[in-house]
Design a binder for this molecule. Structure first.
Ligand SMILES: *Cc1c(COP(=O)(O)O)cnc(C)c1O
Length: 264
């Protein structure tokens, strides 16, 4: 396994990827969008680099599903993983897309036993979760374009308000970026202290939800070259379909107040 670093913007260097993929490489795996800073990776280029050496390309699209169109055929993506609760569906269910290829892509079983789901995952199907995932996907398909435009406008509104506060900078590029993501660092303020100060009013995160048990600064921000101090001074906003302009304005005002208070 070879892990590749990212640049200051959180993007993989395609030349380094080209050097790292050899005739022995089975699989290249990349997120479509990073879960902390929302940067969008160049999937078509990554797929082409993998395929040039006969490797498969897997894309973790859990963050971008429902917000950024992903045409597996056009992009040449071989495997895609998705999680229902990221598109307003139930927790505990996801999907793995496996392209039809010749020879067929062989995927190891996740759970052995009865051989359900073509041997990928044995066990009786969780029908309510499957139906919920399907319904969530249907709703996403209907409202994706409108949601994307609305979320981008709300996110930009939040950023305009926050950038008026001294010493707040954005982490990662504004474009290409998920329309609902904003990740900022607040000079001189510890992200955890800010989180505590606004708890109950605004729900934000100081890193990835999967890493809340860890006191370490975000490895994503560290990989982008931020110092420990800058990474610890960062918080992440994830906007949802249900957020309103009033909530955005209230959140920005609460955060600006808390920052002033903490700095004092
Ligand atoms: C949330 C997430 C996962 C994990 O999915 P769960 O269903 O919550 O376990 C994996 N990858 C990315 C990019 C995610 O955002």
């Amino acid at each position: 396994m070879t892990y590749l670093g990212v640049d200051r913007e959180g993007l993989v260097d395609l030349d380094r990827l080209r050097d790292a993929v050899t005739d022995d490489t089975l699989l290249v795996s990349a997120m479509s969008a990073n879960n902390e800073i929302g940067v969008l990776h160049p999937l078509r280029e990554i797929a082409a680099i993998a395929h040039a050496k006969g490797a498969l390309f897997h894309c973790d699209a859990a963050q971008s599903a429902g917000l950024v169109r992903l045409d597996v055929k056009q992009l040449g993506v071989d495997l895609v993983s998705l999680s229902a609760h990221k598109i307003y569906g139930p927790k505990g269910i996801g999907a793995l897309y496996v392209a039809k290829r010749d020879p067929a892509i062989a995927v190891d079983a996740l759970i052995d036993g009865g051989g359900h789901e073509r041997g990928y995952r044995s066990g009786t199907l969780n029908v309510p979760a499957i139906v919920g995932f399907g319904k969530a996907a249907e709703l996403c398909r209907e409202s994706a374009d409108a949601d994307t435009a609305r979320l981008r406008a709300l996110r930009d509104r939040l950023w305009r308000a926050l950038s008026a506060v001294d010493g707040i900078g954005v982490n990662g590029p504004m474009d290409p970026r998920l329309p609902n993501n904003l990740n900022v660092r607040v000079a001189g303020v510890h992200g955890e202290s800010l989180l505590k100060a606004i708890a109950g009013d605004v729900a934000v995160s100081s890193g990835a939800a999967c890493a809340t048990a860890s006191a370490e600064p975000s490895h994503v921000l560290r990989a982008m070259g931020l110092s420990d101090e800058e990474a610890r001074a960062s918080i992440r906003f994830g906007l949802s379909r249900f957020n309103t302009e009033q909530e955005i304005d209230a959140a920005a005002a609460i955060i600006a107040d808390a920052v002033r208070h903490l700095r004092r």
